[in-house]
Design a protein around this ligand. Structure first.
Ligand code: SAH
Ligand code: SF4
Ligand code: F3S
Length: 456
């Protein structure tokens, strides 16, 4: 059976889609282009109104195909599926499966039953009380993950208990459930044994790992320690971190483990204490800046990135100015910034006054202009420095005598590297390798460099 998966949203969804692809392939299904597929799977995101609306328009595009060919149907998974549930069946007659965050484990079998004709429709929307291990689905073996199978994500927890006032995630992903630390370490070890060099530990709020029953008494710092100690692992990352839960031992780990990459995504959301309080973030700007200080002490070359929301209900020009000031004070390498978007059922829906959409749009623009100038400065400072780039593939931009490769430095910045790899006929040869590089130029969002030594 030919299937096509479209993924929206965060890395958890990307990871889930990769797992589902492998699980279906292990049942003999084949991934196909948009024009050839018979089963269309949408893994959806509901964090803001825009991605949610995009899901409906993308599903709508399948309608004509489904009318022409009765074998064609759609399965909707992820956060919008959890939120809307069976409502999809009424809205689109050709949607035959909806599966939520925990329901995805049963999606491959449900899809098989639908194709075999034993089920007309199915809805997998229940939350499980504890983290459930999924079938191994051929593991994340070479070739299936990014970087030619040498980079992998490992889920350490599901869900979120924080209920930030604007956020739908606790409703769509359910309560926090930590995975058993032994299962995490075992998966990481198996991945490294199969050739994986870079692992990213994933969760909505990794710093609170183990604060529920599932962590078997192991904290996130403890887990990090165990994974960092795996021999043969070159790069370790984790995301996402809530500032209120980051423990001193996690901060210290940045100074202790070379494999732990010197970068941290630490969502600030707002620089105004009044807004942070209304957002129910449970930290102040002062506390956040203390963490930044401690991180820089532990690892002076640490690179910070963040998420910011503008136009949260009640945000004044002074509140917004505080966010701009914080942005400049921390000097983030880059940031994701969003206009506040009302989500069904969250606390902020009832908060007043709402910020005029035009004012919010203008604030977003000002914030992004400031960020761009900071990003440019950060990147410019790197020209002339040496680093190691982990090659993920060929660069989109080619030209000149030597091929260009796209990869990332330890902090996760994209670097395009010009390099002839002597004696190799296969252009894929540098993929999955570390290349010593001198940075030669800073573009708007990326770096350019040239190879200076032997790839390893
Ligand atoms: N668990 C992660 C983030 C999940 S959502 C964390 O806590 O950091 C990713 C980002 O989307 C959030 O950090 C926030 O900046 C943004 N976001 C979430 N809900 C939003 C909303 N209703 N409107 C605008 N942005 C939102
Ligand atoms: Fe949403 Fe807050 Fe949980 Fe992040 S920590 S997923 S922003 S509720
Ligand atoms: Fe979106 Fe759900 Fe991830 S709402 S950001 S896909 S947790």
């Amino acid at each position: 059976m030919k299937f096509h998966i479209t993924t929206f949203g965060c890395q958890m969804n990307v990871h889930d889609s990769q797992w589902l692809t492998r699980a279906l392939e292990s049942r003999g299904w084949q991934e196909a282009g948009e024009d050839e597929a018979l089963v269309y799977i949408f893994n959806t995101c509901s964090v803001r109104d825009k991605p949610e609306q995009k899901v409906y328009s993308e599903i709508g595009r399948i309608a004509a195909h489904a009318r022409r060919d009765p074998r064609v149907f759609v399965a909707v998974g992820g956060c919008v599926a959890q939120q809307i549930g069976r409502g999809f069946f009424e809205r689109f007659p050709f949607v035959r499966l909806v599966f939520g965050s925990d329901g995805i484990a049963g999606a491959p079998n449900a899809l098989e039953r639908i194709v075999a004709g034993s089920d007309e429709r199915a809805a997998l929307l229940d939350f499980m009380p504890a983290y459930e291990e999924r079938e191994a689905a051929l593991e994340q073996s070479a070739g299936s993950a990014a970087g030619s199978g040498r980079q992998a994500f490992v889920t350490i927890m599901q869900g979120c208990d924080n209920f930030c006032a604007y956020c739908i995630v606790p409703y769509t992903r359910g309560r926090q459930k930590s995975r058993h630390p032994d299962a995490v370490v075992e998966e990481c070890r198996a991945l490294v044994d199969s050739g994986v060099r870079e692992i990213t530990l994933l969760g909505q709020n990794v710093n609170s790992f183990g604060m529920d029953k599932g962590g078997a008494g192991v904290s996130f710092g403890g887990l990090l320690r165990q994974v960092a100690a795996i021999k043969g692992l070159d790069r370790l990352r984790f995301t996402t971190s809530h500032p209120k839960d980051i423990a001193p031992e996690v901060i210290a780990a940045f100074g202790e483990f070379e494999t732990l990459c010197p970068s941290l995504h630490l969502p600030l959301q707002s620089g105004s204490d009044a807004m942070l309080k209304a957002m129910r973030r449970r930290y102040t700007l002062g506390h956040y800046m203390g963490i930044v200080e401690a991180l820089k002490q532990a690892r002076p070359d640490i690179v910070l990135t963040t998420d910011l929301i503008v136009g949260f209900p009640g945000e004044t020009e002074a509140d917004f100015q505080a966010t701009l000031d914080a942005l400049a004070a921390v000097g983030y390498d880059s940031s994701f910034s969003f206009k506040y978007s009302d989500r069904p059922g969250v606390a902020a829906v009832n908060m007043e006054p709402k910020v005029d959409p035009q004012v919010a749009a203008e604030r977003l623009m000002r914030l992004q202009t400031l960020q761009n100038s900071i990003t440019r400065k950060c990147l410019k400072m790197l020209v002339g420095t040496e680093t190691d780039v982990f090659v993920e593939g060929l660069s989109r931009i080619q030209g000149g005598d030597a091929p260009s490769w796209k990869g990332r430095d330890p902090a996760g910045r994209v670097v395009n590297v010009r390099m002839e790899y002597g004696g190799c006929e296969d252009a894929g040869d540098l993929v999955g390798m570390m290349v010593p590089v001198r940075i030669t130029e800073a573009k708007k969002y990326t770096l350019m460099g040239e190879g200076t030594g032997t790839p390893w």
